[in-house]
Design a protein around this ligand. Structure first.
Ligand code: MLT
Length: 335
């Protein structure tokens, strides 16, 4: 992962789909870990189908399933900025058949939610990091401001009416929007969705004014001219969006966000099962088709050393500490 110099900005079952089907030839059916997997593995996505977390999950699900010699099902469990799904997986059977894909929100939830109901470091075993996705500041095409500086002035002058979409408290879009507001010195009306998939649909339709969202969701709409892009929230420009300036170039260097993702299983999952999942993740991330799909959407797999339980746990630990301070300073808490 890139070094963390500036703080990185940063229930309902909604959809179930079979994304991969390979022969389960090594299954024993006797419950031993040797035969793992001998039934479907479910990867739970904590936001809407079609959004950025879902997109990344579906990219890796099929090559992971092939590496494991099993089947992977992706299930979207929406709600409360990703915490509904995390709470559900925390109490699932620790047998390697329920896996959570989550992002930076796993590290911010303990500071944002008083009664979270789970503890990221105690209730989960980390499998490995997946990718770190840049964010974009995007608006409906009809919004007047032309640049990020213009947008800042505009929202300050129209704070009572401008709407900022996000995917709930603790979502990456929420964190990025929060840092935007801190940087701009303004408090805006926020419109929460179950994921930025539906939020972006409303942005394209002009129902909300602007938002932060990951390039894995916004690239297609930006290049098609369906939304206006003001900036990318990374130190360098994103290759797939060469004309979009960085927040530093656009005059808001405080707004630095990239959204790291990782896979988790419930604590107590047998270490050899975690190792198998981690190995399958590394294989998926080395797949040229995955690398290509990610590049088209402005991101890349983590390096192999980060797709491990140890690197993932260390990163989670560091991010929980970092975000606790940022969130306390911002005085934000879910009610
Ligand atoms: C999603 O998948 O909808 C996003 O990751 C939401 C977010 O965190 O902003």
């Amino acid at each position: 992962m890139r070094p963390n110099t500036v703080p990185r900005m940063i229930a309902a079952l909604a959809a179930v789909s079979l994304v991969a089907a390979c022969s389960g030839e090594n299954g024993t059916g006797d419950g031993s870990t040797e035969g793992y997997p001998d039934q479907n593995i479910t990867i739970v996505v904590p936001f809407s189908a079609g959004g950025p977390t879902d997109t990344v999950t579906r990219m890796i699900a099929e090559p992971m399933a092939a590496a494991l010699g099993g089947k992977i099902v992706v299930q979207n469990v929406e709600g409360a900025g990703g915490t509904v799904a995390a709470g559900q997986v925390a109490t699932a059977r620790p047998d390697g058949y329920t896996v959570l894909m989550h992002h930076i929100g796993m590290s911010t939830a303990p500071a944002l939610y008083k009664d979270l109901g789970f503890q990221p470091l105690e209730d989960f075993a980390t499998v490995g990091l997946v990718t770190e996705v840049p964010m974009t500041v995007v608006a409906r095409t009809g919004l007047a401001p032309a640049t990020l500086a213009d947008l800042t002035a505009y929202v300050k002058a129209n704070a009572g009416t401008v709407t900022l979409a996000n995917a709930g408290i603790g979502a990456a879009s929420h964190l990025c929007g929060l840092l935007f507001q801190v940087a701009a010195g303004v408090k805006l009306q926020e419109v929460p969705y179950q994921g930025t998939g539906p939020a972006l649909t409303d942005l394209v339709g002009g129902q909300v004014d602007f938002m932060c969202d990951q390039t894995t969701n916004t690239t297609g709409q930006i290049t098609a001219g369906k939304v206006k892009a003001y900036a990318v929230t990374t130190p360098e420009r994103v290759k797939s969006l060469p004309d979009v300036p960085t927040t530093t170039e656009a005059g808001m260097p405080q707004l630095q966000v990239s959204v790291w993702h990782g896979l988790y299983v419930p604590a107590g999952t047998p270490p050899e099962v975690v190792r198998k999942l981690s190995g399958a993740l590394a294989t998926a991330l080395a797949d040229p088709a995955v690398i290509d799909q990610m590049a088209k959407l402005g991101t890349a797999p983590v390096v192999a050393a980060d797709a491990t339980p140890e690197a993932h746990r260390a990163h989670l630990q560091e991010q929980i500490t970092t975000w606790a301070k940022v969130i306390a300073d911002a005085g934000v808490q879910a009610s």
